[in-house]
Design a protein around this ligand. Sequence first.
Ligand SMILES: [Zn+2]
Length: 177
Amino acid sequence: MRRSPRARRWRLEVPWGEPARLTAPRSMSRVEVHELLRDKRTWIEEQRRRQVPRLGLEGLAVSESAARIAARELVSALAEEEAGRLGVAYRRIRIGGQRTLWGSCSPAGTLSFNWRLVLAPVDVLDYVVVHELCHLRVPNHSRRFWGLVEWRRPHWREQRDWLREHGAELLAFKASE
Ligand SMILES: [Zn+2]
């Protein structure tokens, strides 16, 4: 449990493979915290039950530096090919390790990708790269944006669904070195 001077209300998270985390505002009393945890016990257990590993990543020895190199190579090759077709130019590619994010695109043209994407099916990594490149043309998630994604990857929904289903498990993956 963590007290936050900025939090206006409590927030309870159950991250994959980590203890549940409660962020509580300073105004919340100890009694209130205990009551909340008691009330939410079933909910926490339910979240845990859903966190069943299905990707076969347990016990997989992956070096983060090697995975980052592999991610950079794959992402660069895909981005180079697709940027031409989309008529966009990016400035650079960054490989990051955010625990919450697959990819992002800055207005300055930096594309960032999570190295854990190399552990996903290659079509999923490909979709994330195309998604971020499309943002260079349309910075939001408007109908026009999805039209662009659909033009380049007609089956993008399958990849999005894969990320929805397995994303939390993959983001929680920790490298062995
Ligand atoms: Zn997006």
